[in-house]
Design a protein around this ligand. Structure first.
Ligand SMILES: NC(=O)C1=CN([C@@H]2O[C@H](COP(=O)(O)OP(=O)(O)OC[C@H]3O[C@@H](n4cnc5c(N)ncnc54)[C@H](OP(=O)(O)O)[C@@H]3O)[C@@H](O)[C@H]2O)C=CC1
Ligand SMILES: O=C(O)C1=N[C@H](C(=O)O)C[C@H](O)C1
Length: 272
């Protein structure tokens, strides 16, 4: 068990999650902000990370040199974009450090590269870092298993702020995977992600997704289990982004003492 403060780098430091992470790392025991990174050409390069996050100056200027930041650090907190995350995973592997990935919308090629980086980096990746959503995933798996493969239809509904660029959300997909696991089926072969026009009747056993976007909603997710004459809804509401940042820092501290590999928040939280 490590006893010194863990030195963490926040990438995407000026983003919604980047700023939340800087405030969380600044206020938490056992961790210290080592560096803050944005892409070359960003107007935030050279500015004080604390000022951007609303803390006032903390003496850490935002840099566009991630590898220089990583080699002297122990972990990186990454809520950026799929392309950024693939690049940062390679650099975290070179630096042999922890890489906590909250970025959503990664494709199969991105995920293959991230898993390759996990030969040398300790990577924790999850579509949602909050305790509540990971508990909801466990409950969804149990409910899907208990209700059996047919008879009850599963629909996953999510709503997020108008700036979100990927759909369905990483959380919706995490919940879909949990439902599929409970039913012992592959989500990729049993999901309906879009409906429009004359769709025909609902395929039996499908897991459906519906996406809403608008305003400043941080994250709303419902798993609707629809039977004949009755319906069960399991849901989670995020009211503050600090739930994701707290989970990410918890994951970094946990991964510090693990072997290189690819882990999820279920491993971190002991829920698997
Ligand atoms: N797993 C979880 O618990 C959560 C996951 N998320 C996910 O985190 C991601 C970020 O969300 P959010 O903070 O709202 O988004 P923002 O757009 O507010 O922030 C993203 C930041 O990352 C920067 N960035 C993107 N690509 C790169 C790159 N290649 N190199 C360096 N910096 C880069 C952006 O810079 P620029 O503006 O220049 O592109 C921006 O500053 C999304 O994928 C979102 O779904 C969000 C909340 C919780
Ligand atoms: O983009 C967001 O904001 C969020 N993204 C994650 C997702 O795609 O599920 C997690 C959270 O819901 C907020």
């Amino acid at each position: 068990m490590s006893t010194t403060e863990m030195k963490l780098v926040v990438v995407g430091a000026a983003g919604r999650m980047g700023q939340t992470l800087i405030r969380m790392v600044h206020g938490m025991d056992g961790v210290r902000l080592h560096a803050a990174v944005e892409r070359p050409g960003s107007p935030f390069i050279g500015r004080d990370a604390g000022e951007i996050a609303g803390l006032g100056p903390i003496g850490i200027a935002v840099t566009d040199k991630p590898l220089e930041a990583f080699v002297e650090a122990e972990g990186v907190l990454d809520f950026t974009s799929p392309a950024g995350t693939v690049e940062f995973a390679g650099l975290a592997a070179q630096a042999r450090i922890v890489h906590v990935i909250g970025t959503t919308g990664c494709g199969a090629d991105d995920d293959a590269k991230i898993r390759a980086a996990a030969r040398h980096a300790r990577i924790v990746k999850s579509g949602n870092m909050s305790l509540g959503v990971n508990l909801l995933g466990v409950l969804t798996e149990k409910a899907a298993r208990a209700l059996g493969p047919a008879g009850w239809d599963i629909e996953i509904l999510e709503m997020h702020h108008k700036h979100k660029v990927d759909a369905p959300s990483g959380t919706a997909l995490l919940l879909g995977e949990a439902a599929a696991k409970g039913r012992s089926i592959a989500l990729s072969e049993n999901s309906v992600r879009v409906r429009d026009g004359h769709t025909g009747a609902r395929p039996q056993g499908a897991i459906g997704f519906a996406t809403l976007r608008g305003g400043s909603v941080i994250g709303e997710h419902s798993v609707i289990l629809a039977g004949e004459g009755e319906q069960v809804t399991l849901s989670h509401s995020a009211t503050d982004r600090s739930i994701f940042a707290r989970g990410a820092v918890t994951a970094a501290l946990w991964a510090r003492d693990q072997k290189p590999g690819f882990y999820s928040m279920l491993d971190v939280l002991g829920l698997d």
